[in-house]
Write a protein that binds this ligand. Structure first.
Ligand code: DGL
Length: 272
């Protein structure tokens, strides 16, 4: 093994499905020379409506898959997993781990002027209270207003990004937050960056949206530098894609999330 072998090892990224490709997109923009191994649990998505106990079981298996692929770092792209099972990832791996919650909370507190911050996510993410905890740790005086938006995930997967039905549902979900005069909104789910336009419309553009993947990518870069784990290569990194079920629309939806074609995708079965 060469001296810098660990630095050329891939970053492992996992999600409940393919939504985590928005996080891969943010990582490749910030860290283009890093190799990435991506796992999406497409056979068992969505995690958002499931119980914390089941999400934690799945998370242990997802983590084992990545650690078996020689990763030097793990990014938990799924906000739901980051909310209810980040400790499981840390417990089952021997490499640094970054989830979506803390970096986004810090970014939101820094961006907000009136300290009235909104958070939207899946049912499990909102029920966990993880964002409240992280925002209050970053700024005890900040007010956090939370709203679960369970219909957003299927709308994005159907490609209805700017459909009037999506705008209607966005208004229904987000009007209460608007009424509380939030100036910053955390998009606490892998899928929501694709709804940026529909969400901005509700707030008449007078809102700062925090993309959790982008906030996490800043933290990943900082931690790689701190640990001297950055890939010294000057070549563009490669991405290996693994899913637990190659569903018929996988490639089409995946490209929407990643912003480019996926190439080869391999299917793996995780042990129960
Ligand atoms: N990836 C999930 C998240 O970011 C959304 C999809 C799901 O419910 O599994 O919370």
């Amino acid at each position: 093994m060469s001296a810098d072998q660990p630095r050329t090892n891939p970053i492992g990224v996992f999600d409940s499905g393919i939504g985590g490709l928005t996080v891969v997109h943010a990582l490749t923009k910030r860290l283009p020379n890093e190799n990435i191994v991506y796992f999406g649990d497409t056979a068992r998505v969505p995690y958002g409506p499931k119980s914390p106990q089941v999400i934690r079981e799945y998370t242990a298996q997802d983590t084992a898959f990545l650690t078996g692929n020689n990763v030097k770092f793990i990014v938990v792209a799924c906000n739901t997993v980051s909310s209810v099972a980040l400790d499981i990832v840390t417990k089952h791996s021997h490499v640094p781990v970054v989830g979506m919650i803390a970096p986004a909370a810090v970014a939101a507190v820094a961006a907000s002027r009136n300290k009235r911050i909104g958070i939207i996510g899946t049912a499990a993410t909102i029920a966990s209270g993880a964002y409240e905890h992280a925002v209050h740790r970053a700024d005890p005086s900040a007010l956090l207003l939370a709203k679960a938006c369970p219909l957003f995930v299927p709308l994005v997967e159907e490609g209805m990004l700017e459909h009037h039905a999506t705008e209607l549902i966005a208004r229904e979900y987000l009007f209460p937050l608007k009424g509380h005069k939030i100036d910053t909104l955390i998009l606490g789910c892998t899928h929501y960056p694709l709804l940026r336009k529909a969400i901005e419309k509700v707030f008449d553009d007078s809102i700062t949206l925090i993309d959790t993947g982008e906030a996490a990518a800043v933290e990943v870069e900082r931690m790689l530098e701190e640990r001297d784990l950055k890939n010294p290569s000057t070549m563009r990194g490669n991405i290996q894609f693994f899913v637990s079920d190659e569903t018929p629309k996988f490639a089409e939806i995946g490209e929407r999330f990643l912003g480019q074609t996926l190439g080869k995708v391999r299917t793996v079965r995780l042990a129960d």
